[in-house]
Design a protein around this ligand. Structure first.
Ligand code: GLN
Ligand code: ZN
Length: 739
C-alpha cells in the first residue's frame, strides 16, 4: 500500500495545554506518574481519532512526547545519563531539567524554528542499546483503538548530527554503532505488524559535508537492506534536501517526503531526479510553519509536477505541524483575516482535499487575494530614511561617554529583564484582562510589583536594574498587542520547549506604533532608584521570528516597519531619562537560513533592522542586546555588526565555550556571558559562578565583561532566583577583587 495523504507530525501539548498543566503538576508533586501518563494517553487518542476522522490515508504515531522527541530518541537508544535512585521517568526529566547535583543537558533550537530540543551528549565509548519501547507502545496503543499508524522516528544521521560529542571525535563516528540498534527497532516494529515507519532527516536541509552525505548513504543502505523491516519513508524538511535528494532517491527505501514550500525551486530538482521512479513521493505543499491558507491551485500544480516522476505522488505537509496552533475555528478574529488562516486542524483538511484533487476531484477555488490596505504614513516614513539613520558614533567614543554617564564598577552585574512572575502578578493580569480589575487598580498592582523588584535588586547589590517585566505576558505578544498590523489569538499555543508554550501573534498588515508601549513602567522604576534602570524591548528580528508573518511582501520590508516602531520607543525611553536600553534579539540565529548561500542576504536586512531600531540616540545612551543560545559561530559577524554596546549571551550550560568564538571573531564590545543557567531550577553556588567568571575574564579583557544570568527569570521562582542572584553578586565581587 502507498502512504497516501498524511501529515508529518501534529501538535502534542493539547488544545488547551493539557500536557503543560499535567507536567507542571507532576513536577510540583501534586499528581503521580500514572496521572501524567494518562493525560498523555488521552491526548494521543484525541489526535489519532481526529486525524482518522478528517480522512487522512496515513496517521503518524510516536509524534507525542512528554518533553522532547530528541530526548525521547536518546532515551530510546539508552544514552541518557544514569541517575541511580530515580525512576526511568524522573531520569528522563532530570536530563531535561537538571537536578540539584547535576545540570540538565544543553538545549538548543530545532533548526530554524522556535522549538528547542535537548542536545544528547555522547562519549567516545557511548553504548547504544535498544533501551526503550516508546514507538512500539504508541503503535500498540493506537491499534487498540482500531487505528493503524506510522511510527515516526528521528533518523539516525540527524540524531547524531544534533548530538554533542564529549571527547575528541565527531558524533557521526558512532553511526556504525547506532545503525544496528535502529535495525533492531525496525525489526521489532515489523514483527508487530507496522507497515510504514517514518525516519526524519531534516539535517539535510542545511549544507552538509561529503562525510555527512556518505553517512546518509551508509545509513539508508544499511537500514534499507535489513531483512526484516517495515517500509521506510524518509522525510526531509525545513528546506530542499540539496545533494541528499540524490542520495535518498538512490537508497533502498520506499518513500520520500519533500518540502516544496520553504524553497520553491526545490520542486524542479525533485522533478528532475530520475531515481525517484521506484518511490512514492510525499509532496509537502501545505506549509507546516505558517498559518496562511494554502492556495489550492498553486499547491496542486507543484504536486502535479511530480506525477510521472515518482512511482506515486501523495500530498503532505511541508514538515510536522508541531509549529502551528491547533484550530483556527476557535478564534474570535476579524472575518477578513480569519478567512485567510489555517491552523493544524485546517491544514489536515487542506491535505485531504489536495490529495483528492491530485486524483482528479475538483480542487476548490484559489484563495481570494484580499490584500490589506497599506499604511501610507508608515510607507512614507520608511521611504524618507537615509543610511545615516542607522549609524551610531564609533564605539570607543560611545564607551567613554557611557563610562562617564553610568559610573559602573568593573564586572557590572545585571539581569536580562524579567523577574519571576508570581501568582499575584498573573492574577492581576488575568483580572485586568477579564475586566474585573480596572486600569487604575492594575497599574497600582504593577507599580507595587515594580517597586518590590527594584528594592530587591538594590538589596542584592545589582548594578544595572530592570523593572522586572511584570506587565508582560510574553516578550513578543506584549508588543504585538500594542502595535498596529498585528492580531492576537486566544488559543493559538505552540510548544517552545517541554512544558513551555508561546502564542505567536499574527502579523498581517503594515506595522506602526500608535503610542509608547513601555515608557511609563520604565520611568516609574527609574524614579525609585539612583542606579540606572535598563529599558527593555524586543528587537525587530525576534518579533518577526516569533510571530506568524504575512507572506505577501519581502520579510526585509516587514522588518523595517517593525524596526521603525521600536526606534520610536527607544527614542521615547531616552527622552524619559532611561540611560540603558536593551533590545533583545534572542531569535537572530533562529531566522538564519539553513543554507549558507542565503546568509548574506539575511544578515543585511536583519542587521540593518536592528540598527535602525537602536540609532539616532546620544553616545551616552547604552544599548544592550541579548541572545539565548551559545553556538553562534555563524552569526558572529552579524552580532558584531549590530553594534550594540553590550551583548549578553547564553553560556552557562556550555561552560563559557562561546567566549572563545567571540574572541576569535575579534568582537570588541561589552559581553555578558550568562553565568547562571535559568533553564534549570538548580541554584549555582558563588564558587561555581566565580569559576565561570574567571574563565570569562581569562578569555575576554575584564573591562568588557558583564555578569548576568543566561536569560530572563520569569519562569523561575523567587526561592531559587534570590539565592542564585546573591551568589552571582558575591561571585562578581570576589572576582572583581582579584582584578
Ligand atoms: N528580556 C526578556 C526577559 O528577560 C528576554 C527573554 C529572552 O531572551 N527570551 O524575559
Ligand atoms: Zn534569553
Amino acid at each position: 500500500m502507498t502512504i497516501g495523504t498524511t501529515v508529518l507530525g501534529y501538535p502534542r501539548i493539547g488544545p488547551d495545554r493539557e500536557l503543560k498543566r499535567a507536567l507542571e503538576r507532576y513536577w510540583a508533586g501534586r499528581i503521580d506518574a500514572s496521572a501524567l501518563l494518562a493525560t498523555g494517553r488521552d491526548l494521543r487518542r484525541r489526535t489519532w481519532c481526529e486525524l482518522r476522522d478528517a480522512g487522512l490515508d496515513s496517521i503518524p504515531s510516536n509524534t507525542f512526547s512528554l518533553y522532547d522527541h530528541v530526548l525521547d530518541t536518546a532515551e530510546l537508544f539508552g544514552v541518557l545519563p544514569a541517575r541511580p535512585g530515580l525512576s526511568p521517568l524522573d531520569t528522563y526529566f532530570a536530563a531535561a531539567r537538571g537536578v540539584q547535583d547535576a545540570p540538565a543537558l544543553e538545549m538548543t533550537k530545532w533548526f530554524d524554528t522556535n522549538y528547542h530540543y535537548l542536545v544528547p551528549e555522547l562519549g567516545p565509548d557511548a553504548e547504544f542499546t535498544l533501551a526503550g519501547t516508546k514507538p512500539l507502545d504508541e503503535y500498540r496503543e493506537a491499534r487498540a483503538l482500531g487505528i493503524e499508524t506510522r511510527p515516526v522516528l528521528v533518523g539516525p544521521v540527524t540524531f547524531l548530527l544534533l548530538s554533542k560529542a564529549t571527547g575528541g571525535f565527531a558524533p557521526l563516528d558512532l553511526l556504525d554503532a547506532l545503525l544496528p540498534r535502529y535495525a533492531d527497532l525496525l525489526a521489532k516494529l515489523h514483527d508487530e505488524g507496522v507497515e510504514w515507519v517514518q525516519l526524519d532527516e531534516p539535517a539535510f536541509a542545511a549544507d552538509r559535508t561529503e562525510a555527512e552525505l556518505n553517512a546518509l548513504i551508509r545509513a539508508y543502505h544499511r537500514l534499507g537492506k535489513a531483512l526484516s523491516r517495515p517500509k521506510l519513508l524518509v522525510a526531509g524538511y525545513f528546506g530542499g534536501l540539496g545533494r541528499g535528494l540524490g542520495v535518498l532517491a538512490r537508497a533502498p527505501i520506499d518513500a520520500l517526503a519533500v518540502d516544496l514550500v520553504t524553497d520553491e525551486s526545490f520542486v524542479d530538482a525533485v522533478a528532475a531526479e530520475p531515481a525517484l521512479r521506484d518511490k512514492e513521493v510525499l509532496a509537502g505543499v501545505v506549509d507546516g510553519r505558517n498559518v496562511w491558507r494554502t492556495d489550492p491551485q498553486r499547491a496542486l500544480s507543484r504536486a502535479a509536477t511530480l506525477l510521472g516522476v515518482a512511482k506515486s505522488v501523495s500530498v503532505s505537509t511541508s514538515c510536522s505541524l508541531l509549529h502551528v496552533p491547533y484550530d483556527v475555528s476557535r478564534e474570535d478574529l476579524p472575518l477578513r483575516l480569519k478567512k485567510r488562516l489555517a491552523f493544524a486542524r485546517q491544514k489536515v483538511d487542506e491535505v485531504v482535499l489536495l490529495g483528492r484533487a491530485l486524483r482528479g476531484a475538483p480542487a476548490g477555488a484559489a484563495v481570494a487575494d484580499e490584500a490589506e490596505p497599506a499604511d501610507a504614513h508608515v510607507r512614507a516614513r520608511l521611504a524618507a530614511l537615509l543610511p545615516e539613520h542607522t549609524v551610531r558614533a564609533p564605539y570607543a567614543q560611545r564607551a567613554a561617554a557611557q563610562r562617564a554617564a553610568l559610573g559602573l564598577p568593573p564586572l557590572p552585574t545585571t539581569t536580562i529583564g524579567s523577574f519571576p512572575q508570581t501568582a499575584e502578578v498573573r492574577r492581576a493580569r488575568a483580572a485586568h484582562r477579564a475586566g474585573t480589575l480596572d486600569d487604575a487598580g492594575y497599574a497600582d498592582a504593577m507599580r507595587a510589583e515594580i517597586e518590590r523588584v527594584v528594592r530587591l535588586q538594590e538589596d542584592l547589590g545589582l548594578d544595572v536594574l530592570v523593572h522586572g517585566e511584570p506587565e508582560r505576558n510574553d516578550m513578543v505578544q506584549y508588543f504585538a498587542e500594542q502595535l498596529a498590523g498585528f492580531a492576537a489569538t486566544a488559543h493559538g499555543w505552540v510548544q517552545s520547549y517541554g512544558s513551555r508554550c508561546v502564542r505567536p501573534p499574527i502579523l498581517h498588515g503594515d506595522v506602526s506604533r500608535p503610542a509608547p508601549m513601555t515608557v511609563s513602567w520604565a520611568k516609574y522604576a527609574q524614579s525609585l532608584t539612583a542606579k540606572p534602570v535598563k529599558g527593555m524591548l524586543t528587537g525587530p528580528v525576534t518579533i518577526l521570528a516569533w510571530s506568524f508573518v504575512r507572506d505577501d511582501q519581502p520579510l526585509a520590508e516587514t522588518a523595517r516597519q517593525v524596526a521603525l516602531a521600536i526606534r520610536d520607543e527607544v527614542h521615547d525611553l531616552e527622552a524619559a531619562g532611561i540611560r540603558v536600553v536593551q533590545v533583545d534579539e534572542p531569535a537572530l540565529r533562529e531566522l538564519l537560513p539553513l543554507r549558507r548561500a542565503r546568509h548574506e542576504e539575511y544578515f543585511a536586512w536583519a542587521v540593518s533592522a536592528f540598527r535602525l531600531a537602536t540609532s539616532g540616540i546620544a553616545d551616552a545612551t547604552q544599548i544592550h542586546t541579548h541572545m539565548c543560545y551559545s553556538e553562534f559561530g555563524e552569526v558572529l559577524p552579524a552580532i558584531d555588526a549590530l553594534d550594540a554596546d553590550v551583548t549578553s549571551i547564553e553560556a552557562a550550560r556550555s561552560k563559557m565555550e562561546v567566549l572563545t568564538d567571540l574572541n576569535a571573531g575579534g568582537f570588541g564590545r561589552g559581553v555578558g556571558p550568562g553565568v547562571y543557567d535559568i533553564h534549570s531550577p538548580r541554584v549555582p553556588s558563588a564558587a561555581e559562578v566565580a569559576s565561570l567568571l574567571r574563565t570569562a575574564v581569562g578569555a575576554v579583557p575584564a573591562s568588557r565583561v558583564w555578569v548576568n544570568p543566561d536569560c530572563g527569570l520569569k519562569t523561575r521562582g523567587y526561592a531559587e532566583v534570590e539565592p542564585a542572584l546573591r551568589n552571582l553578586v558575591a561571585a562578581a565581587r570576589e572576582v572583581r577583587a582579584e582584578l
